[in-house]
Design a protein around this ligand. Sequence first.
Ligand code: ADE
Ligand code: ZN
Length: 321
Amino acid sequence: MTFSPKIELHLHLEGAAPPAFIRGLAREKDIDLSGIFRTDGSYDTGDFKRFLDVYEAAASVLTTPEDYARLTVAVLEDLSARGVIYAEVFTAPQIAAKNDLPLWRDHVAAMTEAADTVPGIELRQIATCVRHFGPEGARGAARCAAETTGGQVTGFGMGGDERVLSPEDFTWAFDCAREAGLGLTSHAGEFGGPESVRDTLDHLKVARIGHGVRAIEDLALVDRLAEDGIVLEVNPGSNVALGVYAKIDAHPIERLRNRGVKVTVSTDDPPFFHTDMDAEYEALHRAFGWDDDIFRQINRTAAEAAFCDADTRTTLLKALE
Ligand code: ADE
Ligand code: ZN
């Protein structure tokens, strides 16, 4: 099952770094990261907490604009080779730039310039705060995002550990980003239940939810998502790898879609979860019989929900015809 062209809306740039890329940078900078790799060279992840720890350790070697430029090229070349024509990547001002605005500006500029060198794919950047780093850090990330709005920075989001704090704690950050004109998305309904999705909608007023799949545990909420046209950035392989669902057959994406929820398909952190866009599509084809018509519809939904300008959206929709 191969389907092209594809649109990816939920991809963490740091989480898309191949282990060999991170090892190479660590070697160059003389940083010891031996604890985060298995003997076969892959990331040594386990449960969600371990995943976040390994992710943050790996990301710690990314410090300079040049690092981000190199990573952007590596990631986009891989996506483009798989038929992805448009990608939105999450980048975290709190991780590499430590919310330092001049450095963050340099990172954004480096990623923007790097993306423009890769043919066949269009990039947008979603500046993202990290929930378990707390509300003050999120406010700083939102300020960084607001100051770089325009160009490729078109969205603001939140990732991290959904089991700590509550969406309400991040209202200021999301209000700031909204006032700057950024599209809004937040992780919810991955390791939190339906109440986490509901609180995120009520307090952060996002257009899209990262994951959102555990909304399935409350059908009234599912109906609200459908009625309000909230778009879910679903990452089935990530959910299975982190144990949210035991296997793809048990994943609720098909039930959500059948009840009228706008679902899209992405990879989250592909090398951590041993996945890529083609593997995701193949798994959905096998588990639920999804065919080209359904994949075209999913990608149309993604194009309509993309945080991009009208001309770009028109181009994407045309490419999907
Ligand atoms: N950051 C990177 N991947 C994530 C995930 N799956 N959930 C929450 N935060 C993340
Ligand atoms: Zn994610």
